[in-house]
Structure formats: C-alpha cells, structure tokens
Design a protein around this ligand. Structure first.
Ligand code: CUA
Length: 314
C-alpha cells in the first residue's frame, strides 16, 4: 500500500523545505531523548527507599549550566539562520519569473495567463520555468496551497499577494484552498499540470484566446476612458503612465510610494487615496465598474507600458 508521509517533491524548494523540516524533527527528537531517557533511568534508580548513593557530585555547577545553555543556543541559532534563508527564498519572487494571475472566489480558482488563456481550478505550467502568481480574491479570504511545491499564501480581497515556484518534474499535483471560506471550501481545489515546454506551447495555442492579457487591458483602458486623460495628447491633466511601473511616485502629501501592482489597483479603485504630487484629484472611482480579472488586465497593460519605456529613450 502506498502511504506517503509527505506530498511529492515537485520543486527544489520542496526538497529544501523538507530537509529543514526533518532537521528540526531530528533536533527535537534528540533533545527529547537527552531529557527523557536519563529522567526515566533516574526515576527508577533514585526511587524512594532505594539504597542508591545520594551524595552530591563534585562537578562545577557553572560549567554544566554554561554547556547546556550555549551549546543548544548555537544549534538552534543555526536552525534560525537556515529557516530565515528558506523563508526569504520562498517569499521573494525572482524578477524574471513568468507571471500568472490567480483570482479566488467562493468556490473556485480562476487563472489568467499572459497569453490570454484562462482556466478554472487548473493551473498549466511548463517544467523548469519560474512561475510567479499574483493573487487576489473577489469575496472572502482564501489561501492558495500547492503542497507538492511546499508553498501556501493567503489570498485576500482588496490587495495582491504573491507566491512563486519552479516545477522540476512533469506531472499532475494537487492544489487546494487552505483557508475556511464557506460551505464549499472543501471543493475549492484542483490540479497543477506541469508540462514539457513544447506541450505547454501546444496547450496555449489550443486555448486560442482572442487577445493577450495586455491587449485586453489596453482595450479596457480605452473603453473605460482612461486613455482620455492619461495619454500624451489629452487636455485634462492626469499623471502620465508611461514607464510608471516599479518606479517611485512622489505624492502630494510628501510621501513617496513605489508604483507596484497594489498601487495601480488602488489608484483605479480609490483615486483620492494617494494623489500624485502636483495634481488634483479629478478622477472618478472605478469601484464596482471593473472586475478583479479586468483590474489585473489593466495592471498588466500598465506594466507593459513600463517595459516599453526604456526603448523609447534616445
Ligand atoms: Cu476558498 Cu477555502
């Protein structure tokens, strides 16, 4: 019978995380043995009424205390460094990762690929590529859990969270919602399908989307009237958006914020919240007018403007 103790290891991070886990388990087991084995032995040896030798030992008390304080301190500080390194590795998405969008809702996962493909409760990825997920929820808090990759991250309404992984083995792996989110929480899951790069390309083409994420975003940018104020030739003064992504933005109140996905999202939904230095707030809120999918498409378009910007410079 197949009875795995841990889920399959589908990435290097998974192997490293398991090593840390086993390391901690072994250290805890060793400490446990050092405490309990002698304790049980002495319980019997010095039982009331036993004729054991009870004269105090002539060892230096200081030496013993220093040893059992300093030695474990170094051992467990080692675990701290090990764990912190692993944490930073998992928490910081590599900059050159392929970016997918994940939207949680009661009770399904909706995924958008940059090429425009969309899927529900399935996540197709190529093997050997780093994949960064930008995630949000359109109702309550969910959590996107990929056990085979040992990553789990809350998916929160009103903000973007991220996680990343790099699949090292072709195969099909579970994905779950791991935050109780209502009646059908236990059904809110599906599969990660890791494919060879060629199969992944085939899959993308078979999906045949009408437009890429950036194209959908650009279309929305015009349909919603954003381009009327935010593009070069406009009469209304609105901050230009060319090359804005990832750059610091000075605000009217003297603060400086980085124009990340969250900032762009907030600027669309709550334009009065952070006003760019030198501008007044003339922008209407698009709250309730754009869905989470559409917001991510517009953000993808604005990011693509950032990517184009350096080429335009002479
Ligand atoms: Cu979504 Cu639990």
């Amino acid at each position: 019978m197949d009875f795995p103790i841990l889920p399959p290891q589908a990435s290097k991070v998974a192997t490293q995380t398991d090593n840390l886990y086993w390391g901690l388990l072994c250290a805890s087991a060793a400490v446990c043995l050092v405490v309990f084995v002698p304790m049980v032995y002495w319980i019997f040896k010095y039982r009331s009424g036993k004729p054991a030798d009870r004269t105090p030992p002539k060892l230096s008390q200081n030496k013993i205390e220093l040893t059992w304080t300093i030695l474990p301190l170094f051992i467990f500080m080692g675990f701290y460094v090990w764990g912190a390194k692993q944490y930073f590795l998992i928490e910081r998405p590599p900059p050159d990762a392929m970016e997918l969008n994940v939207i949680g809702k009661q009770w399904m996962w909706k995924i958008q690929h940059p090429e425009g493909n969309r899927e529900i409760n399935e996540l197709h990825v190529p093997v050997g590529r780093m994949v960064k997920l930008t995630m949000t929820s359109q109702d309550v808090i969910h959590s996107f859990f990929l056990p085979a990759f040992r990553i789990k991250q809350d998916v929160v309404p009103g903000r973007y969270t991220t996680e990343w992984f790099k699949a090292e083995r072709i195969g099909t792996y579970h994905l779950f919602c791991s935050e109780y989110c209502g009646t059908s929480h236990s059904h809110m899951g599906g599969w990660v399908i890791v494919m060879s790069p060629a199969d992944y390309q085939d899959w993308l083409i078979r999906g045949r989307p009408d437009s890429t994420l950036v194209q959908s975003g650009e279309r929305l940018f015009r349909e919603l009237g954003c381009s009327g104020c935010h593009e070069g030739k406009s009469v209304v003064r609105a901050p230009p958006l060319q090359g804005i992504f990832g750059k610091p933005v000075p605000l009217n109140n003297g603060e400086v914020v980085i124009a990340d996905e969250g900032y762009l999202r907030d600027s669309i939904l709550f334009p009065a919240k952070q006003i760019v230095g030198g501008y007044t707030n003339d922008m209407p809120s698009f709250r309730g007018k754009v869905s989470e999918e559409q917001l991510l498409q517009i953000v993808a378009y604005l990011k693509s403007l950032g990517a184009q910007a350096p080429q335009e410079k002479p």
